[in-house]
Design a protein around this ligand. Structure first.
Ligand code: SAH
Length: 286
């Protein structure tokens, strides 16, 4: 099928790009192809696409995957995809849904293998979606997402940098993250205010294992709740939230050779894992 520019397509459909839904459509098929290529599809995957829009990525996914489930919140776009772009295509399912309300685990039960994910993500939902994926990790295989460059920096940044935060720690714990390439605003209609970056996420099997991943997340969130506070003020003073006394938590930091006058942002992923595992252990000895 010949490529029609998003501007012309939208005009024909009588639509305007909706800012509130982060609608910035890829202008060039070869960029869409590069994004899909980063998934390295073998032909047996079920791919869930977040925000297919006018189908820029979807047409390439359809060629290379066994099945595509595309979650598009905008009913007008979902109708276009369903009725015009992929009519009667048994391998493409267009669901008019909010991706944040989608049950990835349930969907994966009907697939032969973990779900592959793709999407040029609407920037409003990026963080909540990534947190949701952390929770659904067991159902997921590889993912390739385009995000705002700034979010990409946050995800990839190491300790002791201004971008390092809860999302960096949790994502780096669960996934190997790779920067694939960047795209400037001129690649989209309408052009966004910011640069974008394509990331590949591969779930880590042999992660630095947290024995209780929910507790691990709570420790990380508490440590970053007030960026400028020390571990004494974020974690030790809130020891009761973790079922311990402040002295017990201080002893944990001592045994791990972490000075509690440090800030949370100085701890690496493995140190957060060690702290949360020690809390599990101390709770058990009580
Ligand atoms: N993949 C297309 C469009 C990207 S724009 C392209 O690259 O050209 C982001 C798309 O996500 C839009 O189509 C928007 O309507 C859709 N969207 C926004 N919020 C969403 C949500 N919560 N769930 C599903 N889709 C959403």
């Amino acid at each position: 099928m010949a490529f029609t520019s998003p501007k012309i397509l939208l005009r024909r459909l009588g639509l305007r790009p909706k800012k509130a839904w982060g609608q910035h459509f890829l202008l060039y098929p070869h960029q869409a192809q590069r994004i899909v290529a980063a998934l390295d599809l073998q032909g047996n995957e079920t791919v869930v696409e977040i925000g297919p829009g006018l189908g820029a990525l979807t047409v390439f996914l359809e060629r290379e995957a066994a099945k595509v489930v595309a979650l598009e919140r905008d009913p007008a776009l979902a109708r276009f995809l369903e009725e015009e772009l992929f009519p009667d295509n048994p391998r493409v399912r267009i669901l008019c849904r909010d991706a944040l309300a989608f049950d990835f685990r349930e969907c994966s039960r009907n697939a032969a293998r973990p779900l592959t994910l793709a999407g040029n993500l609407p920037y409003q939902i990026t963080s909540p979606l990534l947190f949701k994926l952390v929770e659904a990790k067991a159902a997921l295989g590889r993912a390739v997402f385009m995000v705002q460059e700034e979010v990409g920096d946050r995800l990839l940044s190491p300790p002791r940098t201004k971008d390092y935060g809860v999302l960096s720690v949790l994502m780096q714990y669960h996934f190997a993250l790779e920067r694939i390439f960047s795209l400037g605003p001129g690649n989209f209609y309408p052009p966004p205010q910011v640069d974008s970056v394509v990331l590949r996420l591969t779930p880590l099997e042999a992660a630095p294992m947290a024995r209780d991943e929910a507790l691990f997340s709570r420790v990380v969130k508490a440590a970053f709740a007030h960026r400028r506070k020390t571990l004494n003020n974020t974690l030790v003073s809130r020891a009761a939230d973790f079922g311990l006394t402040p002295d017990q938590l201080r002893a944990i930091f001592t045994s791990l050779e972490i000075d509690p006058i440090r800030r949370g942002e100085t701890l690496g992923v493995a140190q957060f894992v060690a702290v949360s595992n020690a809390i599990v252990e101390a709770g058990r000895l009580k």
